[in-house]
Design a binder for this molecule. Structure first.
Ligand SMILES: [Zn+2]
Length: 233
């Protein structure tokens, strides 16, 4: 089963590239997980003009069944911690005190809700979060699904369902559930071509319906895969 994830949706983005991937996903009826930065202060995004239509566009995404995720708060890195999913050694969340994490989650959810958007999923900037992030989500939101873990398949841990995210591009991988994570702002011509070919050939494997809860437990096999994944990086 495949998911597509789109990172870094916010007012400052490359609208043409976002429109292009939206048209492509519509063509193949694939509904992605889209991560919205509620209050983007990341200066990397300053090269894009502010799109005043962003929030109404995001509402349309929600209406057409895209899976809306809260993607951090300001997209600013303030720690050197990899947390539970150490894909990087910097974070907006991992290693940050619980009270501050609660503020970020609370603030982020409020901004999205103010615009009529209800996030069902969370993923942190740089993929990095820790146990306090989960506590903060529990205390400040109704979000109980996290995208970002290395595993064979989605699994349940405590109140949360974790959806694995293992690759930054489409390809065959030895996992039952794979999320391909794209940053539309950074996509090249070639990325669109490769993605379209893969969508055409594997269309039936992409998830279109709701992102549901998992009852499966994290297994020894997941543990081995996770170990190998981080050793090979
Ligand atoms: Zn991001």
């Amino acid at each position: 089963m495949y998911y597509i994830r789109l990172d870094d949706a916010c007012e400052k983005r490359d609208v043409a590239k976002w429109n292009r991937i939206e048209a492509l996903l519509d063509k193949y009826s694939v509904k992605p997980i889209v991560g919205i930065i509620p209050n983007c202060k990341d200066t990397d995004m300053d090269k894009y003009p502010v799109d005043n239509e962003f929030w109404s566009r995001a509402v349309l995404w929600q209406e057409k069944g895209w899976h809306i995720a809260l993607h951090g708060f300001e997209h600013l890195f303030c720690s050197n911690d990899g947390g539970l999913n150490p894909v990087n050694t910097y974070s907006e969340f991992a290693g940050v005190q619980l009270e501050q994490q609660r503020k970020k989650i609370r603030g982020g959810v409020r901004i999205l809700e103010k615009h009529g958007i209800v996030p069902k999923i969370f993923f942190a900037p740089a993929h990095t979060y820790d146990a306090n992030t989960l506590l903060a989500l529990k205390e400040e939101s109704n979000i109980r699904i996290v995208s970002d873990t290395i595993a064979y398949d989605s699994y349940r841990f405590g109140e949360f369902t974790f959806i694995p995210q293992q690759s930054g591009r489409v390809r065959k991988l030895p996992f039952r559930t794979v999320t391909f994570c794209y940053h539309p702002n950074l996509m090249s011509e070639q990325d669109y071509v490769v993605l379209e070919n893969f969508l055409r050939q594997n269309n039936s494997k992409f998830v279109n319906g709701l992102v549901g809860e998992s009852k499966r437990k994290f297994s020894l096999f997941d543990r081995v895969l996770k170990y190998l994944y981080f050793v090979r990086r």
